[in-house]
Design a protein around this ligand. Structure first.
Ligand code: NAD
Length: 235
């Protein structure tokens, strides 16, 4: 019994050490490659009222808004929708996104996007709505590749439809990577103090992680320091 246990422990240690070495080598190589990857810096908009102009510039007349039931019911989308109406841009709202969105959420939204002939995606709310919107974008770009095959990085290699993310809670915006970002504080005003505090602490954790992470860039670390300062002074 003891001999078997020792053998298993040894095997586990070997697998663990091998995985650790593999991860460190991968991280170091990735750090070297990052500067030459075609990453796009997200465009930052100051208000949701500007979304209509982005759509018009891109000849988009119908968008899909991905959110959750609470955000929809609280009327937080209203201001953006009024601007879209004003500029004759139609929209379809999907408000069934659940916390940590499921692949069913993604497939349902993708099908609705296609059947409604939408041309762009707007993720509105918290990280779950952003993630759902990003995953829908990935599925639209690679319709033959299931989500399960997209785990990891550098799996899409195709242009996604225009993706706009509007954060309605206190966050660092890490959920909005590789997308147009709206930094409009107004939607966050309805957030209860407790959730503001919790999501603010989560944002602080993201900032610290970004600073100490092994594969981050000089720019990321500068943003991380700025985020930490802002969160410390404002939450
Ligand atoms: N892809 C990434 O880089 C990345 C980064 C961070 C988090 N995430 C993902 O994001 C998800 C978690 O996101 P989250 O923590 O933002 O929460 P969430 O999106 O799951 O939930 C946010 C909650 O806040 C409510 N809410 C949002 N705005 C509001 C407002 N203005 N007033 C009142 N209520 C409001 C929503 O209805 C919802 O209940 C996880 O799935 C996580 O994996 C992804």
């Amino acid at each position: 019994m003891n001999i078997k246990y020792t053998k298993l422990t040894k095997r586990w240690h070997f697998a663990y050490t091998f995985k650790k070495i593999y991860c460190r080598i991968f991280q170091s190589c990735f750090k070297l490659v990052i500067p030459i990857l075609p990453y796009r810096t997200p465009e930052i908009l100051k208000s949701t009222s500007l979304i209509s102009y982005i759509c018009m510039d891109n000849h988009i007349s119908k968008v899909m808004v991905i959110t959750d039931f609470t955000v929809h019911q609280l009327g937080i989308l209203n201001r953006m929708c009024e601007h879209l109406d004003h500029h004759s841009i139609s929209y379809v709202i999907y408000d069934k996104t659940v916390a940590n969105p499921t692949s069913d959420n993604v497939e349902e939204t993708k099908n609705l996007y296609l059947s409604s002939n939408c041309q762009a995606l707007i993720g509105f709310g918290g990280g779950s709505s952003m993630d759902c919107a990003k995953a829908v974008g990935a599925r639209l770009a690679r319709p033959k590749k299931p989500l399960s095959k997209m785990e990891g990085i550098l799996k899409i290699w195709k242009k996604l439809p225009l993706l706009i993310c509007v954060l309605a809670i206190a966050r660092t915006g890490s959920e909005t990577t590789l997308a147009a970002v709206i930094v409009d504080p107004k939607p966050t005003l309805s957030l209860p103090p407790f959730i503001t505090a919790c999501t603010g602490m989560d944002a602080l954790t993201h900032a610290v992680e970004a600073y100490i992470g092994n594969s981050t860039t000089k720019k990321t670390r500068a943003y991380a320091l700025k985020a930490t300062k802002l969160i410390f002074e404002n939450i």
